[in-house]
Design a protein around this ligand. Structure first.
Ligand SMILES: *[C@@H]1O[C@H](CO)[C@@H](O)[C@H](O)[C@H]1NC(C)=O
Length: 152
């Protein structure tokens, strides 16, 4: 390999690493497959498209989304999980029902965010927690949210 080719392949490698570590907008169908594998289809009776649609409504699939609420608590990640009840911010003593650091709800692999969302859906008996989503989307025809995604 000549020096120019070498430089080019090193640059290509750096490019790949950068896309792996950058905070990202999760592609819809990738999210669909991830949620399916994680057992979210019909979890607490809510089909896969409900979860995909909710994530879009809450964060536009932005895994690093953070929003500060009026009471000073923060909603974290793709499902906008709130720090007051569900996760722990650094110094603050909070209820932390999901036994997770809020910052772990921002990772691209979504593992902790999915575990916590399942816990919320389990404890609040459905998707009641996501009030904004519920108001606008519950019971609607949501089939378009998984269209073209090669999921059942
Ligand atoms: C995702 O959310 C973060 C934190 O709120 C924000 O800084 C970033 O610009 C967002 N990314 C996109 C592509 O909207």
């Amino acid at each position: 390999m000549g020096p120019r080719m070498k430089a080019a392949s090193i640059l290509a490698l750096i490019g790949c690493l950068a896309t792996v570590t950058e905070p990202k907008i999760y592609p819809r169908c990738k999210l669909a497959k991830k949620l399916l594998r994680a057992g979210m289809d019909n979890f607490q009776g809510f089909s896969l498209e409900n979860w995909i649609c909710m994530a879009y409504y809450e964060s536009h699939y932005n895994t690093t989304a953070q929003n500060v609420l009026k009471d000073g608590s923060i909603d974290y990640g793709i499902f906008q999980i709130n720090s007051y009840t569900w996760c722990r911010r650094e110094e603050l003593e909070e209820i932390n029902f999901c036994h997770v650091a809020c910052s772990d709800l921002l990772t691209d692999d979504l593992t902790d965010a999915i575990i916590c969302a399942k816990k919320i859906a389990h404890e609040t008996e459905g998707m009641n927690y996501w009030q904004g989503w519920k108001k606008h989307y519950e019971g609607r025809d949501l089939s378009k949210w998984k269209r073209g995604c090669e999921v059942p």
